[in-house]
Design a protein. Sequence first.
Length: 266
Amino acid sequence: MEILLGIIVFILGLCFGSFINMLVYRTAERYKLINNEKLIISDKGRSFCDYCGKQLKWYENIPVFSWLFLKGKTKCCHKKLPVSYPVVELTTGLLFLIFNSKFEIFNQIQIFNFQFLIGLLIIVLLVFSTAFDWKYMILPDFSTIILVSGALVLWFSGHFGEWNYFLSGLISAGFLLVLNLITKGKGMGMGDVKLAVFMGLLLGFPNIILAFYVAFIVGAIYGIGLMIFKKANKKKQVPFGPFLILGTLTAWWFGEKIVELIKLRL
Ligand SMILES: [Zn+2]
C-alpha cells in the first residue's frame, strides 16, 4: 500500500512538473522574453506546440513519456523540444517522493494535512524558480511572494514564537544585498535577495547557515567546472538562484541530521 501511494505521489509530481514547464513558458511570454505571434493561441488554455501553436493531442502531453516517444521533437513541426522538459518533470516527481517520505507514512489523512500541501506548493514554486532563473536569469516576484507566504504559514503552524526565523530572513537578505552592491548586481541579483527572505523564514537558525554553505560550495564547484571545460563565457552569467534553492532543500529536509552530525564531530 505504501509503495502504491508512493507511486501516486511520484506521478502527481510528474504532472506538476508538466505544469511548471507550462508556467515557465507562459511567464516568459508575459515578461516578453519570448517573441512568437502564434503564441496568442495559448490563451485558449489547452496545451499547444511551442513553435507552431498547434493544439497537442493527449498522448503528446504525457509527462516524460511523450518526450521520450517523440524523441525530443514536436510531432507537428519536428522542432527540437528542450531536455529541460523531462528533467523538470522527473525532478518534481523525485522531490515530491522525498518530501512524502519525510512525512513518514503517507495515508489518506496526510493528503488533507495542510502543512504537507503547503510543502508541495513550496516545492512546485522552487522548481519553477530554478527552471526560470536557469533559463532567463530572473527569479519572478510572484513566485517569491507566494514562497514567503507559504513559509509564513509553516512558521505560524510549526515554529510560532521562534523569532530567529524572521531574523534569519532579514540577515540573509541583508547579506546578499551587500554582495549585490559590492558586485554591482553581477554576482547576485535582487531576485536572490528577495528569495533569501523566504529561506530564512523557512529554515531559521542554524539551518540557514547550512543552506548558504551548500549554495556557495556547489555554486563555486559549478563555476570552476565551467572554467576547466572552458565553457565559461565571461559575458554569460551563471544564475545563483538554483544554488540557493538546492541549499534550501538540503537544509529544509536534512538540516537537523547534518547539524547533529557536525555537533558530534566538534
Ligand atoms: Zn508544432
